[in-house]
Design a protein around this ligand. Structure first.
Ligand code: UFG
Length: 325
């Protein structure tokens, strides 16, 4: 029987879409999640669920004793940028120590392959766009620092212990499964697209546009929105490439979309007006973040299928109208 893959944080947003994709393609997945932010309902049928916190070294050791894992896909992390500034201890402890504990259990069991959920937040304020993987990394918040530190830990563990690792630096993950079975569900929600859709539904107050005086074509921030199902596919490809490649890859569309363009696209998809309010800039928001993802194309043979923001928002809207959790 095929060896299982461990997916930490597999009940979270990107983790659950990846678990579903891997399971649908025949992988045996074991999901380890503490359910602090994840959703039990997001675990795909066919995957095994284990309630495990990465702070618990004994539980991790037992997990690796119970299953003969081929590799790990590591999503489990706290990911609220603002909160990481006000409560960095929470982020360093959970993201960094949790990962060290995971690596300890992996190496103890002789598991030496990991695909990791990294982020464009490791780059900090961009010095140029599109951002490629060689762009200097100077994260401007503790969340980004934890992710960068983990990338560096992998490089050291590769030299010392032969760890095989691929860190995938996502830009702005967006959208939901094409069949709306799973989607984005954060509490609290801070991300633009779900908040725009909730404002359109009348569930929340008008969407606040954080700053209209940026040096961008329409004055609002530009981001690179990459569909969560495209991210899922990239993880599968990365697992297959761990034998021949170690390192970091951007996952993005290469297309920048402004906050106003997101709102206009959401209005076009839903056929409804989005109530908006102009608000001051949000601290720590760079004007423009979009990527060159040529390296992922070259190394993984990966190509995002969702290149139109409207199509990405359509999947988020279908989910938002009939969400299950
Ligand atoms: N925005 C608004 N109003 C809102 C929410 C967001 O105008 O109510 C704007 C933001 O200012 C930003 C853009 O919409 O310009 C996107 O904001 P998100 O909060 O959706 O996402 P971020 O760009 O802040 O994403 C960042 C990093 C990711 C990281 C993620 C963690 O780019 O790498 O936060 O949640 F993973």
């Amino acid at each position: 029987m095929a060896q299982p893959i461990l997916i930490t944080g597999g009940a979270g947003y990107i983790g659950s879409h990846t678990a579903r994709h891997l399971t649908a393609n025949g992988a045996k997945c074991v999901i380890a999640d503490n359910l602090v932010y994840g959703h039990r309902e997001a675990v795909p049928i066919g995957a095994v669920f284990e309630l495990v916190d990465l702070a618990d070294r004994a539980a991790l050791k037992a997990l690796f004793g119970k299953y003969n894992f081929a590799a790990v896909v590591h999503f489990a992390a706290f990911a609220y940028v603002g909160e990481s500034v006000t409560d960095p201890q929470k982020y360093y402890a959970n993201n960094l120590i949790g990962t060290l504990n995971l690596l300890e259990a992996m190496l103890g069991a002789g598991v030496k392959k990991i695909v990791f959920s990294s982020t464009c937040a490791t780059y900090g304020e961009p010095q140029y766009t599109p951002i490629d993987e060689a762009h200097p990394q100077h994260p401007i918040n503790p969340y980004g620092v934890t992710k960068l530190a983990i990338e560096r830990v992998f490089a050291d563990y590769e030299k010392a212990y032969g760890l095989r690792h691929i860190s995938l630096r996502y830009f702005n993950a967006a959208g939901a499964a094409a069949d709306s079975a799973i989607g984005e569900s954060h509490t609290p929600e801070t991300h633009l697209i779900p908040l725009v859709l909730k404002a359109i539904k009348g569930e929340t107050p008008p969407i606040k546009i954080f700053g209209t005086d940026y040096d961008t074509p329409d004055g609002t921030c530009v981001r690179d929105y990459i569909h969560v199902e495209d991210l899922a596919v990239a993880h599968q490809l990365a697992l297959e490439k761990l034998g021949s490649f170690c390192g970091c890859l951007n996952l993005a569309t290469g297309v920048g979309t402004s906050v106003r363009e997101v709102i206009a696209a959401a209005e076009a998809v839903t056929g409804k007006r989005c109530p908006v309010e102009i608000a001051p800039r949000r601290a720590g928001d760079p004007a423009k973040l979009y990527a060159a993802a040529d390296k992922a194309r070259e190394i993984l043979g990966w190509q995002p299928r969702y290149t139109e923001i409207k199509e990405t928002i359509r999947t988020a809207w279908n989910w938002e109208q009939n969400r299950k959790f």
